[in-house]
Design a protein around this ligand. Structure first.
Ligand SMILES: [Zn+2]
Length: 357
């Protein structure tokens, strides 16, 4: 039976703008490091991350990197070439624009620079990671991926941890490689998928000294495996193993979803949602007594340091009428802190996650 991936996840917008708590500055052990919680991960199959820097936000608009100030108005193209017309340049000249990146797959801000993974730049064939100055004028390639795949990464305490698919003879592996930004010449493979037909890591996110991710096999029967890597030792563990439909990391808990039933003809599903401790012990099943939206079939979209975000079903046979579809913001204790109507039509968020498979 084909499993329906039921979570249509909402966002960096939700988690980084709507809830400003998600982007409060964090300190880590290196005092010179500066990053926001939104730097910690949010790497998924699709979507266009909006990245915070001290002065504003960076986001891709098509192939061109744009900058918004804190008011989120008046985007500017991140290009310092005099008289460059950016996306209005003729096609063969566009790659000259400082803001142009081909098939970009990830974007991060770290310590005064942007890090961008992109394909096929000026004759390069493989996707690479570039270190880019904030005005776009300087660009240095610091990592070249294996042929044929995109690169997605997190930046943890000065190290880049990058996911790519690597093709080796007849096999394809999902591989995580770690290297210090200051010394990219020393990459170290910290994870390789086991024997799967079509492996993919569709999220990658760290919390404290742990890196969490979901390894999926997109062969005929989709299978998901949750992993946690201790970044001090690079030791990988299966995590919340029965949960096959995603998990979200909070400050003192993990909220994980298990698919109980799914029907790929009329797009319906039944999920159960569980609370785990941060070290992976199952604590309880969440019920509509705890979070009333669960009684309407709402799914968990995200968890941050204070809140749990849920959203009503918006597609398939069990979708609620448009005027009754809400996004809920609950405190950890189940108190409803906010409720907003979902925007109508197609979701047009800067998406934090994969949509439907
Ligand atoms: Zn330009």
């Amino acid at each position: 039976m084909q499993r329906i991936k039921s979570d249509l996840k909402l966002a960096v917008v939700l988690l980084c703008v709507f809830s400003l708590t998600a982007c409060e500055k964090s300190n880590n052990n290196e005092p010179e490091d500066e990053y926001s919680v939104c730097q910690m991960g949010f790497t998924y199959m699709s979507g266009n991350p909006m990245i915070e820097s001290p002065d504003g936000y960076y986001v891709f608009n098509g192939n061109f990197l744009n900058f918004y100030d804190k008011s989120l108005e008046n985007p500017i193209v991140v290009c310092s070439r005099p008289e460059c017309m950016h996306e209005n340049e003729p096609e063969d000249k566009r790659t000259e624009c400082n803001a142009f990146f081909g098939s970009q797959t990830d974007l991060k801000y770290y310590n005064g620079f942007l890090y961008i993974s992109a394909d096929a730049m000026k004759g390069d064939e493989a996707c690479s990671i570039y270190k880019v100055s904030l005005d776009g004028s300087e660009r240095e390639k610091i990592y070249t991926g294996a042929q044929g795949g995109g690169l997605q990464f997190v930046i943890y305490k000065g190290d880049i941890i990058v996911f790519e698919k690597q093709y080796k003879e007849d096999e394809v592996k999902a591989v995580l490689t770690r290297f210090p930004i200051r010394n990219p010449e020393e990459p170290n493979i910290i994870f390789e998928s086991h024997d799967l037909e079509d492996p993919y890591i569709n999220r990658l996110e760290y919390d404290g000294d742990f890196l969490y991710f979901e390894l999926s096999d997109y062969s005929e029967n989709i299978e998901n495996f949750n992993y946690r890597i201790d970044l001090k030792t690079n030791e990988a563990l299966l995590f919340c193993d029965e949960m096959d439909n995603g998990f979200e990391i909070g400050s003192d808990r993990v909220i994980a979803t298990k698919n109980i039933e799914s029907n790929s003809e009329n797009w319906t599903w039944v999920n159960e949602i569980y609370q785990y401790s941060k070290d992976g012990k199952k604590e309880k099943k969440l019920t509509e007594e705890d979070y009333p939206a669960l009684g309407r079939g709402a799914s968990v979209q995200g968890v941050d340091g204070q809140y749990i975000y849920m959203a009503d079903i918006n597609y398939g046979a069990n979708a609620l009428p448009e005027e009754e579809r809400y996004i809920y913001v609950y405190t950890y204790d189940g108190e409803e802190a906010a409720r907003v109507l979902q925007p109508g039509g197609t979701f047009n968020y800067i998406s934090r996650a994969a949509t439907t498979i």
